[in-house]
Design a protein around this ligand. Structure first.
Ligand SMILES: [Zn+2]
Length: 318
């Protein structure tokens, strides 16, 4: 319910006074995560502190997004995004195979085109808002680099040649993915639209990159990639990174907080109106097998960034 279309003024408040919210990262840095952890919001907050102009750019994107939603000037044509995969490895296991890399591309193409086999599992309550986002991905190239680092953290070192990483290739026209061990129980993180092109893209731990094998269950079905690319396409966590927060999308229910594992349906929110939570949305924190839909509001939010004047319009050009 709730969730009105926010105004530019609300957006200004939104990005100018973000408080420090933890995403509940696991305390044991070396441990296999038992709960999904994504560092995108933490990285955004660090970037906002380091660069005050980022808040201004993101406010402008938010105002633009709302204007695009209100006027309906959205891209209708198919958008195909070339993907560059940067593999940073120390161990053989970290040097993931081309097959595993292609499996991630395949999962993205299924999930963003409503071709995932579990799409029909969406409950009747949400059948009217489940969406085919209609963006496809094609593997452009794989770049591999041997390193001595055991973990890379979340300060973008993997994207910087001077820090032993790999700089992004053509980041204004190609989506760059980095596969590298992040550490801290973090599965992945993305940069939202508005950030520097020199750090633009998505980082995914090799254990959760594509179809990574049953040993890495319950995060072995490539949905970390789907979730992080969702952030890269301007989607927020469905609980809005706050108690009963807003994800800036009008057709998703208000969630108390993140959901983990595979929640029994229906799971009711205790937020205003006590709606049934959309725990199967890719932007929640559930297991890979428990997330299988985007909403129409999310689709429209994504479409706005590719429209003329949008922050990823360069990706929509022939
Ligand atoms: Zn996330």
């Amino acid at each position: 319910m709730k969730k009105v279309i926010i105004t530019a003024i609300t957006a200004l408040v939104l990005f100018s006074c973000q408080n420090d919210q933890s995403e509940g990262t696991n305390s044991d840095a070396a441990a296999k995560p038992t709960l999904r952890t994504c560092a995108s919001q933490d990285v955004l907050e660090a970037q906002l502190k380091a660069d005050p102009t980022l808040a201004i750019r993101m406010n402008e994107i938010e105002a633009y997004t709302n204007k695009a939603l209100l006027t309906g000037k959205l891209v209708n044509g198919k958008i195909q995004i070339p993907v560059v995969v940067n593999v940073l490895y120390r161990t053989t296991a970290e040097n993931i195979s081309n097959t595993q890399i292609q499996s991630q591309i395949d999962v993205l193409n299924k999930d963003f085109n409503a071709l995932n086999s579990d799409y029909n599992n969406v409950p009747a309550l949400f059948a009217g808002v489940k969406a085919n986002v209609g963006i496809s991905f094609v593997l452009d190239q794989v770049i591999r680099k041997s390193t001595t680092k055991t973990s890379w953290g979340t300060n973008d070192a993997m994207k910087k040649t001077a820090q032993g990483g790999l700089a992004p290739t053509s980041p204004t026209t190609k989506l760059n993915l980095w596969s590298c061990t992040i550490g801290g129980g973090i599965l992945g993180y993305a940069q939202f639209p508005g950030g520097s092109s020199s750090t633009d893209g998505v980082v995914i731990d090799p254990k959760y990159f594509g179809l990574s094998g049953s040993a890495n269950a319950p995060y072995n079905l490539g949905r970390t990639g789907t979730h992080e690319v969702g952030h890269w396409l301007n989607l927020r966590h469905i609980w809005g990174d706050a108690t009963c927060g807003s994800d800036l999308v009008s057709d998703t229910p208000t969630h108390n907080t993140a959901n983990y594992g595979s929640p029994a349906y229906p799971h009711y929110s205790t937020c205003s109106g006590t709606p049934v939570e959309m725990t199967m949305n890719y932007m929640d924190y559930t297991d890979d097998a428990a997330m299988y839909m985007f909403s129409t509001g999310q689709k429209n939010r994504i479409a706005a960034i590719f429209a003329s004047g949008g922050p990823r319009n360069s990706f929509a050009q022939p």
